[in-house]
Design a protein around this ligand. Structure first.
Ligand SMILES: *Cc1c(COP(=O)(O)O)cnc(C)c1O
Length: 357
């Protein structure tokens, strides 16, 4: 029997969450962000549930190619554009839409002699200071790109640095953007998940939805469920041993967890080799038969140890939920001092993926 460490993905949840995005931004078209293998949920399991998305968006050419290999001919935007001249032919072959965020990319397109795509998205840096042309260069860049053979539409994009936490900064970025593109025409796309939820003035012709599609809250202090979303990922492992330990004993590498009362310790078949973070602190909850148990001792490569003292009659072979229904990933991320985005992205190839029945 295969090791019972598995991720179950629920495409119905993803379909529901796309509907929720459309309810939040009823007048906008939706770019569904499926980079990083659909935030660790796997492209092959998720993209078929996103047929109602107006475009898909990925970070890399390889991700776009993986979608085409699934036989999906939906439009795809390459969020970072390409960094190598030699990749432009592949953009054309795969039928991708390009983001242009740097003048070196405009140079490459001019050298290519035509546009490999009918639609180009110019990305402006309005304060994130990661990718993006200077707002002051918007007009000149637009002119150069308009002159390329084969360009039909030039659209505009920018990315918010703190849309989940700082609506003032978001508004300042939006105003900078609006001033830069005034009078230049083309559709606009600003809002990521957090701005879709809480900055409706940033909804333009397009929004870019990422983490909310997977049922995860981008807002601190909220869960997907509290926002009307459904979690799409359920991570489970199983109890492979149950042991008694006595006061004065220690558990795991480095003896991090000190036992202060007689305790039942369960060993669970998941570790950092599967993507469960080694940074997880003692006390992080897991669910055994719907009851909470808590991490006791450092995460190993293949296993964790949990305190089962509060669990009613645990048995070897019992399923253990690491996150998913009844145990929000948003809560678990805090125990590893990270964000839920990272937890779902870092599941490894060792873990078996299933589709929910
Ligand atoms: C990842 C990404 C998004 C999606 O962000 P969420 O917070 O997951 O909605 C949107 N835009 C760009 C440019 C991105 O890189």
């Amino acid at each position: 029997m295969p090791r019972n460490t598995q991720v179950t993905i629920d495409p119905e949840a993803i379909r529901h969450n796309l509907g929720q995005v459309k309810a939040w931004a009823p007048d906008a078209k939706v770019m569904a962000v499926v980079k990083a293998d659909a935030y660790g949920h796997r492209l092959d399991l998720c993209v078929p549930a996103l047929k109602q998305a107006d475009l898909l968006a990925v970070a890399t050419l390889e991700e776009a190619r993986a979608i085409r290999r699934l036989g999906i001919d939906q439009g795809i935007v390459l969020l970072e554009g390409v960094s190598h001249f030699s990749d432009l032919a592949m953009v054309e072959e795969l039928g991708l839409e390009l983001v242009v965020h740097h003048t070196s990319q405009i140079d490459a397109l001019e050298q290519f002699g035509r546009s490999p795509t009918h639609r180009i998205w110019i990305k402006l840096n309005t304060g994130m200071n990661r990718l993006g042309l200077k707002p002051a260069d918007a007009r000149a860049s637009h002119q150069r790109l308009s002159a390329l053979v084969g360009v039909e539409d030039i659209h505009w994009m920018s990315h918010f640095a703190s849309s989940e936490s700082d609506p003032q900064q978001t508004k300042a970025q939006m105003q900078l953007f609006d001033a830069a593109v005034a009078g230049l025409g083309g559709a606009e796309c600003l809002a990521n998940s957090a701005a879709i939820i809480q900055s409706p003035e940033t909804h333009r012709a397009w929004v870019r939805a990422g983490v909310v599609l997977y049922g995860i809250s981008p807002l601190a202090g909220q869960t997907g469920a509290s926002l009307g979303l459904r979690e799409a990922m359920h991570v489970e492992a199983e109890l492979i041993a149950i042991n008694q330990v006595m006061p004065g004993e220690r558990i795991g590498y480095g003896g991090r967890f000190m036992v202060d009362q007689p305790m039942v310790i369960g060993v669970v078949s998941i570790g950092y080799g599967d993507g469960y973070p080694r940074a997880m602190r003692d006390g992080a909850p897991v669910l055994v038969k719907g009851q909470r148990a808590s991490l006791a001792g450092r995460v190993s490569m293949d296993m964790i140890t949990v305190n089962l003292t509060e669990v009613d009659d645990p048995q070897i072979g019992d399923a253990v939920t690491l996150w998913g229904p009844g145990l929000p990933v948003e809560e678990i991320a805090q125990w590893a001092d990270t964000i839920p985005y990272e937890l779902v992205c870092r599941m490894t190839r060792r873990v078996r993926y299933n589709i929910a029945p």
